[in-house]
Design a protein around this ligand. Structure first.
Ligand code: GLN
Length: 473
């Protein structure tokens, strides 16, 4: 078994045809994960026994001639803000270091039924707040491509696990780019589905109107395999729904129009290398016969400002539940108020505190209209820009990040610099659209760069088909 050439399909075919067992695949990946984790720190915890036990169950099913599911034997990393029953779930926060999940997230249930094996819980920025995974209470994750650089965030552990062959695929969450940015930095594929496509039940909420769960894979096809399993309506999440899948006609490339937003290329801090890589990518699609059209998304320039008001507000309310009584007991001494203060004061990291304080501020009487209500209006305008653009084009192409992966410490002292990394990803969440980050080809021995394809609402499949076309599959 050559694990370097394994895709989810290869694993499934190999196991079903008896070339190798699920246990062998899992053991191989576990070996790599344990050994590399000392340096990369992609996992907060590795579930060795549990993973082997689920792999054995799959092998039993295969022996008995049963269907072991579409992801049969696929070893995955799960971001540590998704609940797995009876297991510790930390969201990379000291406050939750001993918190044990009471139930499985819907996504976890679906993946389990599909035959996936969970290798461990992946590192992340605390409560998914960050763009570099430097905000984890369990230490930063390193980028396997260049260990002096960050893997992106907040799902940095998930992306690094896939890039470092410490997992075949992974699950992350994306509120403002947390799947796509680390995918771009680590040279893997990461996809944020349309808001509502995947159930959020069992995901620790950061900003509920923006959060979506999505897949990571080495290839677009792998990400699609995982996506196909996790999508769909769930009675536990009222925002989730079923929707049909779209189909671009790739047999006739001239029927496809790709939009290039002017505003994403000038005045956004785009570095030269990324700019050049985008040009090459656009040329690829142009020479394939697709139409390339300049479009305008004028309100996108306000996206970061609106985003960093709306999420602060939602964070301040969502994180109020961590009061020292319900999810972890910080102290038994003193009054109820003392317990709140001690637990929250000692448990939350600096970025989380900053966001809760600012969120409380933008929601407070007298400021609500000036900040929060205004940001919500801007959000509608951003969404309208996209809807108008999609009257003229099928898909929008942009960089995923303005820069190549940066070094540790480069932006961690300056929150605004860090927030600027999300400039191309947050408009997509504000509008609820699907988007994928795909590594630009031909960057062997160079730092990875991802390009982003943004689709119409519920046209998630367009991104997979165009992505596979680019990869040449
Ligand atoms: N980097 C963004 C932030 O810090 C996005 C986070 C995310 O998508 N979870 O808010």
């Amino acid at each position: 078994m050559d694990k370097n050439i394994l895709s989810i399909k290869d694993v499934r075919d190999g196991i079903v045809s008896g070339d190798f067992s699920a246990e062998e695949v899992t053991s191989e990946f576990l070996k790599e994960a344990k050994q590399k984790n000392q340096e990369i720190n992609a996992y907060i915890s590795i579930r060795e026994e549990e993973a082997i036990a689920s792999a054995k169950e799959i092998d039993e099913k295969i022996k008995a001639g049963e269907d072991a599911g579409p992801l049969c034997g696929a070893p995955l990393a799960i971001k540590d803000n998704l609940l797995i029953e009876d297991e510790v779930c930390t969201s990379a926060s000291k406050l939750l270091k001993d918190y044990v999940s009471a139930y499985d997230a819907t996504v976890i249930k679906k993946l389990r039924t599909a035959g996936a094996v969970f290798l461990g819980k992946a590192n992340m920025d605390e409560f998914a707040m960050g763009s570099s995974t430097e905000n984890s209470a369990f230490g930063p994750t390193k980028n396997p491509v260049d260990t002096e650089r960050v893997p992106g965030g907040s799902s940095g552990g998930s992306a690094a696990a896939v890039a470092g062959r410490m997992a075949l695929g992974a699950i992350g969450s994306d509120t403002g780019g947390s799947i796509r940015l680390p995918a771009s930095f680590c040279g893997v594929v990461g996809m944020k589905p349309t808001y509502g496509r995947v159930s959020r039940f069992g995901l620790m909420a950061m900003a509920s109107s923006l959060d979506q769960i999505g897949p990571f894979g080495k290839t677009v096809a792998d990400a699609e395999e995982i996506y196909s399993v996790i999508k769909g309506a769930d009675k536990h999440d009222a925002t989730s729904r079923n929707a049909g899948e779209s189909q671009l006609n790739l047999g006739d490339p001239s029927s496809i129009t790709i939009g290039i937003p002017d505003e994403y290329f000038s005045g956004t801090g785009l570095d030269d290398e990324t700019s050049k890589a985008m040009q090459e990518t656009v040329d690829f699609f142009r020479s394939a016969g697709m139409k390339i059209k300049k479009i305008n998304l004028p309100y996108s320039k306000y996206a970061l400002s609106a985003y960093y008001i709306i999420i602060f507000a939602e964070i301040s309310t969502n994180l109020a539940r961590f009061d020292g009584i319900r999810y972890s007991r910080g102290s038994n001494n003193g009054s109820l108020f003392d317990i709140y203060m001690k637990t929250r004061g000692a448990g939350f990291g600096e970025e989380v505190k900053r966001r809760m304080l600012l969120g409380t501020f933008v929601l407070s009487a007298g400021y609500y209209d000036a900040y929060y209500a205004k940001a919500q209006k801007v959000r509608q305008l951003i969404k309208r820009d996209f809807i108008e653009a999609f009257n003229q084009v099928d898909v929008i192409l942009s960089p995923t990040s303005p820069t190549v992966p940066f070094k540790f410490g480069e932006k961690s002292d300056d929150p605004v610099q860090m927030y600027l990394s999300d400039i191309f990803t947050v408009p997509v969440n504000l509008a609820g659209l699907p988007a994928i980050s795909i590594p630009v080809k031909g960057r062997v021995d160079k730092l990875p760069i991802g390009f982003q394809l943004i689709g119409k609402h519920w046209h998630d499949s367009d991104l997979f088909s165009l992505g596979k076309y680019y990869e040449g599959q």
